[in-house]
Each structure stands twice: as structure tokens, then as C-alpha cells.
Design a protein around this ligand. Structure first.
Ligand SMILES: [Zn+2]
Ligand SMILES: [Zn+2]
Length: 287
């Protein structure tokens, strides 16, 4: 892990009573402040929150979740906008995911594809979109009944197999604040703790997703190399259906290697600690 700059813990997807969340904005913010987060974005459906900073120093990024489509046949797209400086020119009658992404970017924000596994998004459809800053690979609230499909790794790999490598984020999407808050975070590597530096790191893809462990993935000399906090298992994912050095198991693993095959075009990694908590790297292009 690099030493310069700071690592900051954040949650970029959460709801309050301004839409379908169960707690007030004040309670939601206090919950993450107590959990020691450095930055959050309150992202109620079609209600944009403003940028700010709490008395305790928690950075509040402007946020909103723009959701469209009721059926998979129509296409369900939930797109989280973070860091908008102005209100995106969007109405609830909007039908186009591309226009949502474009308006978020035009307003100075970044656009994140939320819970693609939950939405049953297809890699082919998302590959046609431009301007996404990243995708959630894990969405905590989707793991809490009656929701299912919190994990979008299969989608990320299918999309990367089409040549579209989206940086991977973790988010709680907290609604009830019971089992769905302060679970899966994004760790960003920023030059300092400020709104501007967090946005720069998001745009640069300088982050990983985690429930606890740390993960850093590099590619060197035909190998993918992971450095991590002490882990029980390290897993490498790519567009190879079989690779015999893909899983490393043990106790207190802090580094693992995967020999890349000649035809692999990308690789990403997941780290599992002894309590089953995961960290997720973004996919890295290897050719
Ligand atoms: Zn959503
Ligand atoms: Zn949401």
C-alpha cells in the first residue's frame, strides 16, 4: 500500500425518510459518523442532497439515486450521482440511462451503476453506455431479506470480457439501518481529506471496495500480485474459465500471486478474511 496521501472510508449510497429510507437524514449521517467514516453521500431516490461537512468533520458529498424502469424487459437502471455542483437537468419521466449519466457528469458529478446484479443488468446493454465512473460490486442492502443478489462480480467479469473495465465500488444502500449500514465501504486513496480530493480519487479509480480487509492488485512479469491485510483466501478472477493458480488459501496470507495465461485480458482480485469479510479490487487490463 502506498504511504503518501490518506486512505478514507466512505459510503456513496444510502437512503433516508426523504425517499424510502427508515431514518431521518440527521440520524443517517450520525450513524456513519459514529462508525468512523470520512465521507458519505446521502442518495435518496430523485432527491439531491447538498454538499457539506458535519461539525465532526464527516464530508457530505452531494448525492442522488436516479432509478428508471420497472421490469427487466424495459431495463432497470439505478444510477447514483455523487458530487454534483448543480442540479442535473433530469425529470422522473426520464427513460434513458445514458441521459442520466450525461446529466450527472454535466452537473460536475460522477455516475455510478448501482447493484447491477439486483437489477439484472446485462453486460451487453451496459457496455453500450459511456461516462460511468464505476459500478457497485457489492450492495449491502441487497443481502438483507427480502432482497437478494448483493454480489455483482459475475456482471463485472462479463462486462470486462467485453473490454469494458469498470472500477468496483462497495456501498451499503442503507434503507432500514438494521444489518444494512456501515457494512461494505469504499476506501479511496486521496491526497488529503477534502471534497475535491475525494472526487479526484473517484474519477481516477483510486479505490477499492471492502467489508474490512485491504487489497492492492498489481500486474508484473506475467503475474497478478495481491498485497492485503491478513487473509484466509485470495481469489483471482479473469476471462479464463480455468487457471490453476487462481485461489490461495491459508492463515494470515498477506501476499498472493496468480500466473496469467496468454489469452487473459483482465484480472481482478477478492480477499476473504478469517471472518468471511471480503475486499474487492477493480479489474486491471493485462493486455
Ligand atoms: Zn437502487
Ligand atoms: Zn438505493
Amino acid at each position: 500500500m502506498r504511504q503518501e496521501g490518506v486512505w478514507l472510508r466512505g459510503n456513496l449510497h444510502m437512503h433516508t425518510t426523504r425517499s424510502d429510507g427508515r431514518v431521518s437524514v440527521e440520524e443517517a449521517i450520525a450513524r456513519y459518523e459514529r462508525a468512523g467514516y470520512d465521507f458519505i453521500a446521502v442518495t435518496d431516490h430523485w432527491v439531491r442532497s447538498e454538499k457539506g461537512t458535519t461539525a465532526g468533520g464527516l464530508l457530505l458529498l452531494s448525492g442522488c439515486e436516479y432509478n428508471i424502469g420497472d421490469t427487466v424487459q424495459q431495463g432497470v437502471y439505478h444510477i447514483v450521482g455523487v458530487g454534483m455542483e448543480t442540479a442535473p437537468a433530469l425529470e422522473r419521466t426520464e427513460k434513458s440511462p445514458q441521459r442520466i449519466i450525461d446529466e450527472i457528469n454535466a452537473a460536475g458529478g460522477v455516475a455510478i451503476l448501482a447493484h447491477p446484479a439486483w437489477s439484472l443488468n446485462s453486460a451487453e446493454d451496459v457496455a453500450r453506455l459511456t461516462g460511468l465512473c464505476g459500478t457497485e460490486i457489492y450492495n449491502t442492502t441487497s443481502a438483507v431479506p427480502p432482497n437478494v443478489r448483493p454480489y455483482s462480480g459475475l456482471f463485472v467479469d462479463q462486462l470486462a470480457s467485453l473490454g469494458v473495465l469498470l472500477p468496483c465500488m462497495g456501498a451499503d444502500d442503507a434503507h432500514r439501518y438494521v444489518h444494512d449500514a456501515a457494512v461494505c465501504a469504499i476506501m479511496v486513496h486521496a491526497r488529503e481529506k477534502s471534497h475535491e480530493a475525494v472526487m479526484e480519487a473517484l474519477r481516477a479509480g483510486d479505490f477499492y471496495a471492502t467489508m474490512g480487509p485491504s487489497v492492492s492488485l498489481t500486474v508484473e512479469g506475467g503475474e497478478a500480485v495481491v498485497a492485503c491485510s491478513p487473509a484466509a483466501q485470495v481469489e483471482f478472477y479473469s476471462d479464463a474459465v480455468w487457471n490453476d493458480s487462481r485461489v490461495t488459501q491459508g492463515e494470515g496470507i498477506t501476499t498472493a500471486r496468480c500466473r496469467l495465461l496468454p489469452f487473459e485480458t483482465f484480472v481482478r482480485a477478492e480477499v476473504v478474511d478469517s471472518e468471511g469479510r471480503r475486499a474487492f479490487s477493480s479489474p486491471v487490463r493485462v493486455k
